[in-house]
Design a binder for this molecule. Structure first.
Ligand code: GDP
Length: 692
């Protein structure tokens, strides 16, 4: 590394935390983030979700709706550590946002509403976190509410998530009013923090000394199971020190073998210090993270370790326009990025320049000269970069694993206000899809419309709103419809050869395409034959052409799915082909192949969970059955009944209002995509889909 410029600053990675706050909608995630911003002095004014001024919810759509839609990154200082907070959305339509945030986070606080307990979305996020090896701590919120029972909430978390909980905080009430939380490890209590002023540290109130003592002893016993020093303390009847306990808690948090839980009331700014301490004390730093897998140019696997003195690797996890700037949010996975530096996007090998680098805070930006390994920054100048891209030093190009993109479940038709606006709309749609990989777009040649597909009604509605704002066009959108797809059943093969005089030159191309059924969940994948591959320089264009051709299937014009298209060069020895010729051959082979494809029309199914007061449960069940639901489980939970199962999405339009009227607005309902199933043949005609 001697020929490289030495790092601009020595960064102590152990003092960096990249963390997120995740939760089911309404658990209080935005309020908690706001309080943390104020407490750390980043934000001086308290934003309230209800009056639409919360700093992290800065997109106009979010202010109107009072929910966090897009992940915004913010840096905050706490106890001589640099905390990078990624705000992640809680709405089920935006799981890709959670997914992409989890790729750049090392840990997260998972927020639970003490009364609602573990809700469907928090359980889903928990599973996603486990899959990504993202360490977790928890904050049980809303302890100020009547009927709040922290210990019962802990038992619920243990039961539903199947994890051992370690309470680190305990609430103290004066009458019915929550006044402070006790720190079980440090044996002190801490009241409300008003603004950035330090909260009041006090001795433990006498009324809870005994309970807190018992909880601390239980915690010591739990930690003694895997920590020798604590075991010795417990065996000798001594209380282990706070440092010893925190070190053991940290190890267990990184292993994922227990969940440390703090509590409080975000609304009343109680427990905010405890939440920040959880991040510093227990969540991993980039230095704790194992190296990540990547693919080198030739296809060889390699490991990218978090080191500042090796060639640059960035992961782009979000595109966002802030003011007049088009920004790409990246995590520096290795090396360091300097303003003005040139880099290469692994997909397509195009070169980009980091014109400016910013440390983001909601909607304000602080320019910096250099971002180092472990940092999360926003970069200006990365034109053409898409969410999920890897950006590298030109001397060492590699690609990190891309994002796992769910299949869209709903589509709508999009039209420009006038024919002259078509190109502006096309560009706007392309940008939208680069920003959000869970959106897909295709042009319907017959109608001249574009079909935009996404993860739910709200997702599409917001995408349309962004499209209108970005293009400044009165773009028209139809009502959303279920996104059907044509699942390939049998392999098929076709070959085409182009040989044509083209001016003085000859246009030559010869290609064989083989289409093979692929696994469930996969969309269309293009592979190249290793024995007879088309020239490597043509491959990106061939893959793009086939991906776009496969958007229109043979049966109903819906996209082809679960198919692998294998491409072989079919030229004769000594022939010289050209990219244009090869692409023409691909087009002809495809048109020959298309009518031969045997497909089955599939529709998206959703898994659902309805929590209804038990008195209305039979009505809710009957209604779900009428919508062709498969009921998997009906479980009573106190005065409520939890109904789980799966259902075709086509039967669920308007369900939210049906559920409201069946339960006098008291049901809670969530749905998540759960793959696709074949549309019953007898229904094809009624739904206006070609068939029979
Ligand atoms: P998010 O959807 O998880 O981001 O939740 P929000 O932060 O938007 O909060 C949802 C609602 O719960 C809002 O009306 C908040 O004012 C309210 N809320 C948040 N924290 C608390 C709390 O600690 N106590 C009470 N009583 N309400 C809270």
């Amino acid at each position: 590394m001697s020929d490289r410029v030495p790092p601009a600053q020595t960064v102590d990675l152990t003092r960096v935390r990249n963390f997120g706050v995740v939760a089911h909608i309404d658990a209080g995630k935005t309020t908690l983030c706001e309080r943390m911003l104020v407490r750390t002095g980043v934000e001086s004014r308290l934003g309230e979700v209800e009056d639409g001024t919360a700093a992290l919810d800065w997109m106009p759509e979010e202010r109107e709706r009072g929910i966090s839609i897009s992940a915004a990154a913010t840096s905050l200082p706490w106890r001589e550590h640099q905390l990078h907070l990624i705000d992640t959305p809680g709405h089920v339509d935006f799981t890709i946002e959670v997914e992409r945030s989890l790729r750049v986070l090392d840990g997260a606080i998972i927020v639970f509403d003490v009364l609602a307990g573990v809700q469907a979305q928090s359980e889903a996020v928990w599973k996603q976190m486990r899959r990504h090896g993202c360490a977790a701590v928890a904050f049980v919120n809303k302890l100020d509410r009547g009927g709040a029972d922290f210990m019962a909430a802990l038992a619920g978390i243990e039961r539903r998530l199947g994890v051992r909980c370690a309470p680190l905080a305990y609430p103290y009430y004066r009458g019915a009013e929550l006044v402070m939380v006790a720190d079980i490890v440090r044996l002190c209590a801490i009241g409300s923090c008003v603004g950035a002023r330090p909260a009041l540290w006090v001795e433990l109130p006498a009324a809870i000394v005994e309970e807190v003592g018992v909880l601390r002893a239980e915690l010591a016993e739990l930690l003694a199971e895997e920590d020798e020093q604590i075991f010795e303390c417990v065996a000798d009847g001594r209380a282990p020190s706070a440092e010893l306990m925190l070190a053991a808690l940290r190890r267990r948090t990184l292993q994922g073998s227990l969940l440390a839980v703090a509590c409080g009331s975000a609304l009343n700014a109680i427990g905010i210090d405890a939440a920040l301490d959880l991040v510093v004390d227990l969540l991993p730093s980039p230095a704790d993270k194992p190296p990540v897998h990547a693919m080198a140019t030739g296809g060889a696997e390699l490991l990218v370790s978090q080191r500042a003195d090796e060639p640059l690797v960035l992961f782009a996890f979000k595109l966002q326009r802030i003011g007049a700037r088009d920004l790409v949010f990246v995590r520096v996975m290795r090396g360091e990025l300097r303003a003005g530096e040139r880099a290469v996007v692994a997909r397509g090998y195009c070169s980009v320049t980091a014109r400016a680098i910013f440390r983001p805070h909601a909607d304000s930006l602080e320019p910096v000269d250099v971002a180092v390994c472990g940092d999360i920054v926003a970069v200006e100048g990365f034109d053409g970069v898409a969410t999920g891209d890897t950006i590298c030093d030109p001397s060492a190009v590699c690609a990190l694993e891309g994002l796992e993109v769910p299949e869209p479940v709903l589509s709508l038709a999009v039209e420009p206000p006038g024919a002259k606006d078509r190109e502006a709309l096309r560009a706007g749609l392309a940008r939208l899809v680069r920003e959000d990989p869970s959106l897909a777009v295709r042009e319907d040649e017959a109608s001249g419309q574009w079909i935009l597909s996404g993860m739910g009604e709200l997702h599409l509605e917001i995408a349309l709103g962004q499209l209108r704002a970005q293009t400044k066009l009165a773009v028209r959108g139809s009502a959303p419809q279920v996104a059907y797809r044509e699942v390939l059943l049998q392999p098929a093969r076709a070959c085409a050869r182009i040989q044509r005089a083209f001016g003085a030159a000859t246009l030559l191309g010869a290609i064989e395409l083989e289409v093979l059924p692929a696994a469930e969940g996969s969309q269309v994948e293009v592979t190249f034959d290793s024995a007879a591959p088309p020239a490597a320089s043509y491959q990106p264009a061939i893959a793009a052409t086939l991906a776009s051709l496969a958007m229109v299937g043979p049966a109903s014009g819906n996209p082809l799915a679960r198919a692998r298209i294998h491409v072989r060069a079919a030229g004769r020895a000594g022939e010289v082909d050209s990219e244009a010729g090869v692409l023409q051959a691909v087009g002809s082979a495809w048109h020959e192949l298309l009518p031969r494809l045997e497909v089955e029309l599939h529709e998206p199914w959703m898994s659902f969970e309805v929590l209804s007061p038990s008195v209305y449960a039979s009505g809710v069940l009957g209604d779900l059955q009428a919508r062709s639901a498969d009921i998997r489980e009906v479980q009573s939970q106190g005065a409520a009944t939890r109904i789980q199962g799966s259902v075709p999405l086509s039967g669920m339009f308007g369900y939210a209002s049906a559920a409201r009227s069946l339960t006098q607005g008291r049901a809670e309902f969530t749905m998540r995509p759960a793959g696709t199933r074949a549309v019953p043949r007898q229904e094809l005609a009624a739904r206006g889909l070609a068939g029979e």
